[in-house]
Design a binder for this molecule. Structure first.
Ligand code: BYC
Ligand code: FE
Ligand code: FE
Length: 460
């Protein structure tokens, strides 16, 4: 078990104090990070005591310590999962060869791009969520928001450690650039689409943590398979933090659905807005939006990038060990491809379909969450159900990009689609209504054995 050095300015389990050059580089980046955090992190709550967990070890039993912390004092650090002895590359053309402890020259640029793309999403999400503290439904929710935010900050540290330790000057420049791009800024936007979309309210936030953080889970799982061992180890530890983010989203939406179900129980046609509930069709529109934006994050359905990531052993499949053939040669993956105003089934060489393979695993995982939400409707005797829209709906990346598919996956005329947009995506009216809601939906378990009403954030 690697020991965690908590006394260091940068808590770590990578023996930073034995590499003075790296330590100095990271200590130089640290104040820039803190400045970014103060400028772009949660607005107006930086001096509050927040009941947060902090990573103090990487083993399953005791990695988290809970205490009141002011966010700028959070111990952002570098934690890698323990190495797997004699680990070999689990897939692709390098199958069975030893993993790389140091970045291999021939894959340097590709790995740098993957790491920068991953790293960019982390501060982006903090920027997107920075105003939400003001409208938190409860202290419990406020604390969860800040927990997610500080951990996304730590995920940025995780990627910056790789950049600094393995990519020399280029890496240091990329680390600076990660603090310079801004979510939603047309001049210097974040790299991936969903991370430039506004997160205006708590329904957006819960859908974001349900669907977009779950893309994080799947991308991290694919990177955890990497033959570049430091990337594998760092993403493995990030995954342990990610679970809570998805819990926040899934349980957040669940509480909303539960409340709506209560209000509709007597009469399915009840106007739940009269009592501050969110109507199911409105919940569905937010679901549609964030599901579609998150599907785009997996990249194109047919991707030569994905094929070479796989061939080279840089980015694998979800749970690679569960597959039988780890080279993925001479195999195909069936997908629906738009053709002459319709869609047809087509077999795509498996390596080129890796983005879609990962996306399909993700969709299945999302469906499990939606099923749990629907249980509340079922129990209340309500006939309406929430559902995932078609994978073709409202896409901006890949085969279906910018084509007018409806939520059922039918291709419409553009003018038709434009006229009906408000059936499927949040409208101005929806946004205005959700903005008026700030009341706590109770009925959540508390944190670390404390009740829901616990003082998770000290406001005075
Ligand atoms: N937006 O072959 P293609 C998380 C680009 S979330 C804009 O289709 P590829 C988190 C692509 O870069 C997880 N551009 O895609 C969640 C390429 O550009 P070039 C984040 C896009 O390369 C919540 C071109 O389009 N991690 O952690 O197979 C809170 C065609 O590429 C998009 C990662 O993404 C897009 N959506 O795969 C906090 C993992 N999609 O090469 C955190 C690292 C594609 O033509 N990234 N493009 O210039 C990757 O593995 C891959 O880059 C992608 C795309 C999966 C994103
Ligand atoms: Fe993250
Ligand atoms: Fe996350």
């Amino acid at each position: 078990m690697s020991t965690v050095d908590l006394s260091s300015k940068i808590p770590n389990n990578v023996n930073l104090d034995q590499d003075k050059k790296l330590l100095r580089a990271l200590e130089q980046w640290q104040p820039d990070y803190l400045k970014w955090w103060l400028d772009m992190g949660p607005k107006d709550f930086q001096q509050r005591d927040v009941y947060l967990r902090t990573a103090i070890s990487v083993d399953a039993e005791g990695w988290a310590n809970f205490d009141y912390v002011k966010m700028p004092d959070y111990r952002w650090g570098i934690f890698l999962a323990d190495p797997v002895p004699d680990r070999t590359i689990g897939f692709g053309d390098n199958y069975g060869k030893p993993t790389w402890p140091v970045v291999p020259g021939e894959h340097r640029n590709t790995l740098r791009r993957l790491i920068v793309t991953q790293g960019d999403t982390e501060p982006a999400s903090v920027e997107q969520q920075r105003m939400l503290g003001h409208t938190a439904p409860s202290l419990y929710d406020l604390r969860n928001l800040f927990q997610v935010n500080v951990e996304e900050g730590r995920h940025l540290w995780a990627m910056v450690y790789l950049l600094h330790s393995q990519f020399g000057r280029d890496g240091r420049e990329e680390a600076e650039a990660l603090l310079e791009r801004r979510s939603g800024d047309p001049d210097k936007p974040r790299i991936l689409g969903a991370f430039n979309a506004p997160v205006d309210n708590w329904l957006d936030f819960f859908m974001f943590t349900m669907f977009t953080d779950r893309d994080g889970k799947y991308q991290l799982l694919a990177l955890a398979e990497s033959g570049f061992d430091p990337l594998s180890r760092t993403t493995r530890f990030m995954l342990t933090e990610e679970a809570h983010h998805m819990f926040v989203g899934e349980s957040g939406v669940e509480r909303i659905v539960q409340r709506t179900a209560e209000l509709m129980q007597q009469d399915e046609n009840e106007d739940v807005t009269r009592q501050g509930g969110i109507p199911l069709d409105m919940v569905q529109r937010y679901l549609n939006l964030w599901f579609a934006l998150s599907l785009d994050l997996f990249g194109g359905e047919i991707s030569s990038n994905a094929a070479s990531f796989f061939a080279d052993g840089l980015k694998g499949r979800y749970k690679e060990e569960s597959h039988e053939e780890h080279r993925a040669l001479d195999q195909h993956y069936r997908m629906t491809v738009p053709k002459d105003g319709a869609v047809v089934e087509e077999d795509v060489p498996l390596r080129n379909a890796m983005n879609e393979v990962l996306r399909d695993a993700y969709v299945e995982d999302c469906q499990r969450g939606v099923d749990r939400w629907n249980k509340h409707l079922e129990r209340a005797g309500i006939t309406v159900r929430l559902r995932l829209p078609s994978k073709r709906f409202y896409r901006h990346i890949g085969l279906y990009a910018d084509m007018p598919f409806d939520a059922d996956g039918r291709l419409l005329e553009r003018s038709d689609w434009d006229g009906r947009r408000g059936e499927w995506l949040p409208t101005e009216k929806d946004r205005a209504y959700v903005a008026t809601l700030q009341k706590a939906v109770r009925d959540a378990r508390g944190i670390k054995g404390h009740p829901f009403e616990y003082e998770y954030v000290r406001l005075d």
